[in-house]
Design a protein around this ligand. Structure first.
Ligand code: FAD
Length: 465
């Protein structure tokens, strides 16, 4: 069992990190008691804002010795409760370790501390003509360390992959307090087990990431976005396969159902284009040669019209492109505005199974007599599905959420998918892990975790049922 943070432990934290970096009073603890997961809250007993790997090593040694649980925290923008200290203890915040240490143009690598906000990294490398593709919709708020711990993805995954495809080196502090270097500015590396990839998506349960080396690409010179309305989702989905079959891989292919666009209109308090269409696709293409890009987007436009698109709106300049993305970027806020109590899932299925998933969701909404709205990444099969409480009474809502959640998971699994594509298991999905993974896999994962952290001090209460 774990020990509470008492005066002695607080004194040890202060002597390691300095009084200015340790928080223990109620009001100042509150912001660290939640992330962006609706309805989840747990106040830590203390927060430490770390400033170096050496400091973190000392804190971990102490937490291990005293058996105090420790929960790493990036920017607190997670959607599965990973940064919430559900078992109490210490929250280790990376907010002060937020420096871009080096942009190495010769090796096309950037070295950063984990607290760097993802959008700041994008802007810094883009100013040098370089490109870091992973683009979670939360990029102006979340941190690179959180992206690594969650294995974050984003709309550009269809062409460029996710965070895991860009991490070449990590410095990490193990629960024992050992500081280890994994990989480096290396494109190739097969030296021993790939522990670096094991840390990606480990949700802060294996080690604390303290330095990160990321691979960069040259920034594509041109970009174009297309907003395309369809009468129904099936036509929109058919076009996605047709585009890819023509060997054009868009940077992003996002979809929004009509009810989502209507929710965005209400939230933004303005008319949005094609709001009455059954479904919309937002397609982004990029490339270095304007002529080739023009050819591709004309082909994409033709394919859309052949599949029954009502129109194709093209945006090549930044302000028009931003206008097309306005609704997509506002969706989560619009859903919260629509019904402050809601429940979001992010299942993933093979791309071609999205229409079957959407049909199943409509049937489920009808059966449960509740609004379930969907949007997401048509290009990679990851769909965000939100059940809205609206005016349901509390008892009905509390019974409905687990029923809807399990039905959605079973639907995704029956289509060859799984229960989360981006947001992770964290605190809120752990009881469902056995639906998605065999006992033998869960057992190996538990043993890996125990090998890193025999005393189970790092982010307990996450991932495992
Ligand atoms: C509006 C909105 C849109 C979103 N869109 C996307 C999206 O498009 N794609 C996507 O993938 N996610 C998305 N998310 C989810 C979220 O932003 C990501 O999971 C993000 O990676 C979280 O980063 P963070 O810095 O906020 O991490 P936190 O929430 O602070 O932490 C997340 C996890 O990482 C661990 N952790 C943090 N830092 C470290 C570290 N240095 N070492 C070890 N463990 C660490 C924590 O313990 C926790 O388990 C969205 C969230 C919101 C609110």
């Amino acid at each position: 069992m774990y020990h509470k943070v008492d005066t002695d432990i607080l004194q040890q934290l202060v002597s390691i990190a300095g009084e200015e970096n340790v928080i223990w009073d109620g009001e100042r603890l509150e912001p660290y008691s939640r992330d962006e997961t609706v309805g989840l809250r747990a106040e830590p007993e203390a927060v430490v804002r770390a400033t170096s790997a050496q400091q973190i090593a000392e804190i971990l040694k102490m937490a291990n010795r005293e058996r105090v649980p420790l929960t790493p925290r990036g920017a607190g923008y997670g959607l599965s409760g990973g940064a919430v200290a559900t078992q109490g203890g210490i929250v280790l915040s990376m907010e002060k370790m937020n420096h871009i240490l080096e942009i190495d143009k010769a090796n096309l690598m950037v070295t950063v501390e984990p607290g760097v906000i993802t959008g700041d990294l994008h802007r810094a490398v883009e100013a040098e003509g370089l490109f870091y593709p992973p683009d979670p919709a939360s990029l102006d708020s979340c941190s690179i360390g959180g992206n690594i711990a969650e294995g974050a993805g984003g709309p550009r995954a269809v062409k460029y992959g996710t965070t895991k495809d860009y991490v070449c080196g990590l410095q990490a502090v193990l629960p024992s307090g050992d500081i280890v270097q994994m990989g480096g500015k290396l494109v190739k590396n097969v030296t021993g087990y790939n522990l670096l990839q094991l840390l990606i998506g480990s949700e802060g349960t294996l080690a604390i990431v303290t330095k990160i080396i990321l691979r960069l690409l040259p920034l594509p010179a041109h970009q174009v976005d297309l907003l395309v309305p369809f009468d129904d989702f099936q036509a929109a989905a058919d076009v996605v396969s047709a585009i890819i079959a023509r060997r054009i891989v868009p940077t992003a292919i996002e979809f929004m159902e009509r009810d989502i666009v209507h929710a965005c209109q209400r939230f933004l308090d303005k008319e949005l284009p094609f709001a009455d269409a059954g479904a919309q696709l937002l397609i982004q293409l990029d490339g270095n040669h304007q002529e080739a890009l023009d050819q591709d987007y004309e082909t994409v436009g033709e394919l859309c019209l052949e599949a029954g698109a009502r129109d194709v709106l093209v945006a090549a300049d930044r302000p028009t492109r931003d206008r097309l993305w306005e609704a997509r970027r506002a969706i989560i806020d619009a859903l919260n505005h629509e019904s402050p109590e809601n429940h979001m899932e992010d299942v993933v299925v093979p791309r071609a199974q999205i229409p079957a998933l959407i049909r199943g969701i409509h049937e489920l909404a009808e059966r449960l007599d509740v609004r379930i709205l969907s949007f997401g990444h048509a290009g990679d099969g990851n769909v965000h599905i939100t059940t809205l409480r609206d005016d349901l009474d509390n008892e009905t809502w509390q019974a409905l959420v687990p029923e809807a959640t399990e039905a959605l998971y079973r639907l995704a699994l029956s289509l060859g998918g799984t229960i989360t594509g981006e947001h992770g298991i964290g605190a809120i999905r752990r009881s469902y892990l056995p639906l998605a993974l065999e006992e033998a896999q869960i057992d190996i994962m538990r043993r890996i975790r125990a090998a890193f952290d025999p005393n189970g001090i790092l982010n307990p209460g996450k991932i495992f049922p």
